[in-house]
Write a protein that binds this ligand. Structure first.
Ligand code: SF4
Length: 364
């Protein structure tokens, strides 16, 4: 077995593999920096097969950087809804507007300049610069970390050591393809558990394969514990079949998205008490004769760090003039058929479907 770094041979094998077997992905149809940027932001902490339909819808709606720069936050969140980690969409929009306004619409080629834009860290900057502009930098994501740890058989490499090793191996003529070859290798062959070494183009140059240490190198870190929360939710419908929604504050979890008014159950509080409190805060009384209440089934939604159980009540016949001023939220009565135009997180979409079903069943 040749000693590493046998840069020329290894890179020849990696690039041949990429040319012949690289994954066909919609953002690889061309190296337009805007498309590369959008794909890299969507791919942060999200699987490729989840991202593909979102990317296609995004490009259909915002084909060029200028289309996105002029889009409203609401329409951007609407296309992003369901993809999670919404701060990515907020930052992408902010950064694109900066490029459109202050940089003549030209996305910087230099990774240092890219990193000055909101939401762009070292990995994303290097991925954009190398893939879109052939800038000779390594883009080390989880896949590259694992492949390189195995290739060099490094038990617990620091980020600096990994970067140094990767940079020494990088193919400066095709840095974007080199990064993507390693990403693909890590995603399909050099997988976390039991890598398929017999299919690997660089098996004969891999120290870990030679020593049989593959499964000891760069295993995924243990997941953070997941917190649980129970939320009481009031889904109010007025006589015009409009639903009362509120827009979340501009910062924090699900920033800027729309939801039904709700509140977390804490201490000894009961769901009924919280439902009543929410209704009072919105300016109506749950026990009034004119309103009809339907208890809906609970809805469970899992975020990466949090599992939320929503306990909804549907309140029919609420006075549409209900007063609901709040410094934190913007409230709006929205016709049922128009709710799809607002960005709603997945858990709230489930609640909406449930309430519509209950309304239909009630009229049968
Ligand atoms: S030979 Fe095996 S462990 Fe080494 S890089 Fe290839 S797939 Fe990974």
């Amino acid at each position: 077995m040749a000693d590493l770094p046998d840069q020329k041979i290894i890179n020849g094998l990696l690039l041949d593999y990429y040319d012949a077997q690289g994954r066909e992905l919609p953002w690889r149809k061309n190296c337009d920096p805007y498309r590369v940027w959008v794909s890299e932001v969507m791919l942060q902490q999200t699987r490729v097969d989840t991202v593909v339909p979102y990317f296609n819808r995004w490009i259909e709606k915002f084909p060029q950087l200028s289309d996105l720069a002029h889009a409203s936050e609401e329409s951007v969140l609407n296309v992003w809804q369901g993809l999670g980690y919404y701060s990515r969409a907020h930052n992408l929009l902010k950064a694109i507007r900066i490029v459109a306004k202050d940089m003549n619409g030209l996305i910087p080629r230099d990774p240092i300049e890219l990193r000055e834009l909101p939401g762009i860290g070292e990995y994303t900057a290097n991925a954009i610069a190398s893939i879109a502009y052939d800038h000779p930098v390594v883009a080390i994501d989880a896949n590259l970390r694992r492949v390189l740890s195995r290739l060099f058989d490094l038990p617990d490499p620091s980020p600096a050591e990994l970067k140094c090793r990767a940079t020494s191996l990088l193919d400066a003529n095709r840095p974007g393809d080199w990064n993507q070859a390693l990403m693909d290798l890590g995603a399909t062959i050099c997988i976390p558990k039991n890598p398929i070494c017999e299919k690997c183009p660089v098996e004969n140059h891999c120290k870990s394969a030679d020593r049989g240490t593959q499964n000891e190198r760069s295993m995924p870190k243990l997941k953070q514990p997941v917190r649980s929360s129970i939320q009481a939710v009031v889904i109010a419908v007025n006589s015009k079949d409009e639903f009362l929604l509120r827009k979340r504050p501009p910062r924090g979890l699900l920033a800027g998205l729309w939801e039904f008014p709700g509140s977390e159950l804490v201490g000894n509080s009961t769901t009924l008490t919280i439902h009543k409190n929410i209704a009072n805060g919105l300016g109506f009384d749950l026990t009034r004769d004119q309103t009809e209440l339907i208890s809906l089934d609970s809805v469970v939604h899992k975020f990466s760090h949090l599992t939320v159980t929503y306990r909804p009540v549907l309140v029919i016949g609420v006075n549409q003039g209900t007063h609901c001023d709040s410094p934190d939220y913007e409230f709006r009565w929205v016709e049922g058929d128009l709710i799809k135009n607002l960005p709603l997180p997945v858990g709230q979409q489930k609640l909406f479907k449930l309430s519509r079903k209950a309304l239909v069943t009630r009229t049968l």
